[in-house]
Design a protein around this ligand. Structure first.
Ligand SMILES: [Zn+2]
Length: 85
């Protein structure tokens, strides 16, 4: 079910193996390693363990953590963006 949703709204989600290279590509790896990256919703510090993914809002990349509540927020935002455009 999750996979289906991800495809639908194009959230970038990755497996743990690819995580560091993925984060490096986004330029977020350093921030995560230095505990400077925070979840866009619950404001917790994102680590490699609780990184949930990123979504794009306009041109900004918004990271979010693994908590289901934050994931649901992403889904809400994404549908809002889609409807507004
Ligand atoms: Zn969160």
């Amino acid at each position: 079910m999750k996979t289906k949703l991800k495809e639908k709204i194009k959230i970038k989600a990755v497996h743990d193996d690819d995580l560091t290279s993925f984060l490096l590509k986004l330029g977020l790896l350093e921030d995560i390693k230095n505990s400077r990256l925070k979840c866009s919703f619950c404001d917790c510090v994102i680590t490699l363990d609780n990184f949930g993914g990123v979504y794009k809002e306009k041109t900004e990349l918004k990271p979010f953590c693994k908590k289901p509540v934050c994931y649901l927020e992403v889904l809400k935002r994404k549908s809002e963006v889609k409807q507004g455009s």
